[in-house]
Design a protein around this ligand. Structure first.
Ligand code: SF4
Length: 765
């Protein structure tokens, strides 16, 4: 029966390797989406659900944060969106009987894939101190347990309130309000692990930590540079936007250590021509060394400065600050040394320069390939330098485009989920609610793990996500989590984090995006913000997976009432009954959300203001867009080692594993693979198909080992290797992070290869 989960643990992890593909999407993607959707939901529910994804009266895709255009197709989703929806709208259920049959120790041996395949959690469950398995608990008792632990803390700063990027604006606003009324800014979120480097660099240089382009800008661009990003798997509908831009005459340069099928050719399933032939997207592929992007943009900037008439002197003179210092550093860049960092030839960069100089409207898009290195913040600042030189910010068809990975990760930050909130935000919050928010900064993700490890944090509460699988240094993180007095997860489905518990643990099951949300007899909706600052509603249309679920806003409201009691004058009950009352408060606290309820009621929602884009106004410390002049950095690689980047497979969304294939890269039936350039593999004595252990090298001398990976000879850049996370998170040291942003440096891990102690098939997860 299609909707039954697999019995036993299906992870054999015996990867098979086929030919790498050179085109993405098309008929195989449609077939794959429908097969997975029908396995999880059955035929009728599949049709009913998928036709509402990303529609103006439907629900927001729980996958990535790519925006929808004004005109929607009947099928407004990609293969990975369909998989994300199927996972959530599945008919499979995890009941109390399941927990009775599976002790926590058993869950800890299961793969993430197996856990996710069991289905939706139907009731709150509790792991008492000393017990070996979760047992059913009432919601009342669950909140009492939370209140017991939180009120017993020596300081509110011993509590951590984590948010994943699925959380709606309404739930996020309530969670940060509760945390601050309780007395802490410990609001780590998944942004800390992905685009924190972008936010840090953009806030300093242009005054707004978000992207400055719309879909319309992409369609109007002359040149789009896609750096450190694999849209074919991670933001698949971005390929349609690139296709449209190309049809209007844009050129595309992709910059990546691995060639990716989606950037080579996109077979748009919405058109007959697309299904058959597809469109080539790349005009130029720069196969860069991992971590060489700052060097690349520095060389482009040097050449722009040396080309007469190439700098937009009017824009630079009127709108920028720091030009002379930057120009001096860029002109002084040493060609040979800087080129070595990129792994490219000088002709490659000259070819790119010709395309840059021919463009009047240039956009740079990027993702984790730029944000997860030690020098990520200066890298993104160098991208900004590049755009400022030719006036490519605040002009149609031009700008910065950090592409966000999870559907509301940007909105959660806008709602105040941030461990370092601005004084202006806290002042507005305090005035609206008559509270006194703490002014000292809280913990981000890495500091939260350190606080748990060191006994400085004792209660961990997660609004969604899979914290221990998403975070670095798995062994350290899991040991830290086990030191907590209470771990709490608000979840729709099982994952690894439920098996790594504190002394006591709770799982609080919640509504998903696809579920109908009725409060006090009235149907509610929530809102989200996409990667381009568009805010819109999301309305589920399915009966909830169980009558025992609470929505995320309801969970926070009841938590706040249980913990704060009568000392809080915030109308938590009213917020739970009517989410419109939450939006009324947001409209008075968060700039850009004025008249929130009325504006979000419009089909398609509304766009948030962005001063650099809208007015060429730069709210920075200098009042101008800031050029910066940092020394060029790149990862050093000792002899006999490779630089490993962790990445996703195509059957994966963040830590959710939908299947064991990575179709475009030609890998099937397993995930413990390491992709190595054939020449490097030859030099290191790593035959294709052999098994190896990956051993991380870091200055602390601690051995971090990921055992049993099958070597795959793959056309990645020389000196570089790639393998999937979360399996390789164990290799990322907790204190190997980006300067300024503290984002884990998961894209530049020095590894050596040692003879495999086993072939990886008994590793479980
Ligand atoms: S591109 Fe992203 S938001 Fe759109 S359907 Fe695919 S996964 Fe969902």
């Amino acid at each position: 029966m299609a909707t039954k989960p697999p019995t036993g643990d299906p992870v054999q992890d015996a990867p098979q390797v086929e030919a790498v593909q050179h085109a993405a999407a098309g008929l195989p993607a449609v077939a794959h989406s429908l097969r997975i959707a029908q396995q999880q939901m059955g035929v009728r529910r599949t049709a009913r659900t998928l036709l509402k994804v990303n529609q103006k009266d439907g629900f927001d895709c729980p996958g990535c944060a790519w925006p929808e255009g004004d005109k929607r197709h009947t099928a407004e989703f990609c293969e990975n969106g369909a998989k994300a929806v199927a996972e959530e709208a599945t008919l499979r259920r995890v009941t109390p009987d399941f927990f009775a049959a599976h002790p926590v120790a058993d869950l800890a041996t299961r793969s993430g894939y197996w856990l996710g395949q069991q289905g939706r959690i139907t009731q709150p469950v509790y792991l008492p101190e000393g017990a070996d398995r979760y047992e059913p608990v009432t919601w009342e008792r669950a909140f009492e347990i939370l209140a017991e632990e939180l009120t017993a803390l020596a300081s509110p700063d011993e509590a951590l309130f984590y948010t994943s990027g699925r959380t709606s604006n309404e739930a996020a606003f309530l969670l940060q309000l509760f945390a601050r009324e309780f007395g802490t800014n410990n609001l780590p979120d998944c942004s800390n692990m992905c685009h924190e480097s972008s936010g840090s660099a953009l806030t300093e240089t242009i005054g707004v930590g978000k992207g400055s382009v719309s879909l319309e800008d992409l369609h109007q661009a002359d040149l789009i540079i896609v750096a450190g990003q694999n849209p074919g798997t991670n933001h698949p509908r971005m390929l349609s936007a690139l296709e449209q831009a190309k049809a209007a005459g844009a050129k595309i340069i992709s910059v990546n250590p691995l060639p990716e099928a989606g950037m080579e050719r996109f077979k748009n399933p919405q058109t007959a021509r697309g299904m058959v032939r597809g469109a080539a997207l790349n005009d130029l592929f720069l196969q860069i060394r991992i971590g060489g992007d700052q060097a690349l943009f520095r060389l482009l900037n040097k050449m722009i400065l040396e080309t007469e008439g190439a700098v937009d002197t009017a824009f630079v003179g009127e709108h920028t600050h720091g030009y002379e210092e930057f120009a001096e550093a860029a002109r002084a860049a040493d060609w040979a040394r800087t080129l070595t960092a990129t792994g490219l030839e000088r002709e490659d960069i000259e070819q790119a320069l010709a395309m840059v100089l021919a463009s009047k409207r240039t956009i740079v898009c990027w993702a984790m390939g730029l944000t997860q290195h030690k020098h990520s913040v200066p890298t993104i600042r160098e991208v900004v330098n590049f755009l400022l030189l030719r006036g490519n910010i605040g002009r149609p068809g031009a700008g910065v485009c950090p592409v966000r990975g999870h559907s509301n990760v940007q909105g959660d930050r806008t709602m105040g989920i941030f461990e370092r909130p601005s004084t202006a935000f806290l002042d507005a919050l305090d005035k609206e609610f008559g509270i006194t928010s703490p002014r000292h900064h809280g913990y981000d993700v890495v500091r939260s793990i350190q606080a748990l490890r060191d006994g400085d944090a004792k209660v961990f509460f997660a609004m969604g996500g899979n914290f221990v699988a998403a975070t670095p240094d798995t062994a350290v993180t899991e040991a830290a989590m086990r030191r907590a007095r209470l771990t709490v997860h608000v979840s729709t489905k099982l994952n690894r984090s439920h098996a790594v518990t504190g002394t006591r643990a709770l799982i609080l099951p919640t509504l998903g995006r696809t579920d109908k949300d009725v409060q006090a007899g009235t149907k509610q909706f929530v809102t989200v913000e996409d990667s381009m600052g568009l805010v819109h509603s999301s309305r589920g249309n399915l009966a909830p997976a169980s009558p025992h679920l609470l929505s995320e806003p309801a969970i926070v409201a009841r938590l706040a009432r249980a913990v704060l009691g009568p000392r809080s004058t915030t109308p938590w009950e009213e917020f739970e009954k009517d989410y419109g009352t939450i939006r009324d408060r947001v409209s008075r606290v968060v700039p850009g959300f004025e008249d929130f309820n009325a504006r979000v009621a419009r089909p398609g929602g509304f766009s948030l203001p962005h001063a650099p884009r809208d007015e060429r106004r730069f709210p920075t410390a200098t009042g101008k867009a800031n050029f910066t002049a940092a020394p060029v950095e790149y990862p050093e690689l000792p002899a006999g080692r490779l630089l490993l980047q962790t990445l996703r497979s195509h059957d994966q969304y963040n830590t959710t594993i939908y299947g064991l294939d990575d179709r475009y890269r030609g890998i099937r039936g397993g995930r413990r693979v390491v992709m190595v350039n054939p020449e490097d593999a030859h030099a290191l004595g790593l035959p294709d198909g052999s098994y190896t252990d990956l051993v991380g090298e870091w200055k602390d001398g601690v051995e971090r080992r990921a055992p049993g990976f099958r070597v795959v000879h793959y056309p990645t850049a020389r000196g570089c290797a790639a393998a999937y996370y979360p399996e390789t998170n164990v290799l990322v040291p907790l204190d190997s992070t980006a300067d300024t942003s503290n984002t884990p440096a998961s894209k530049s891990v020095v590894v050596r290869f040692e003879k495999a102690r086993n072939d990886g098939r008994d590793t479980g997860h």
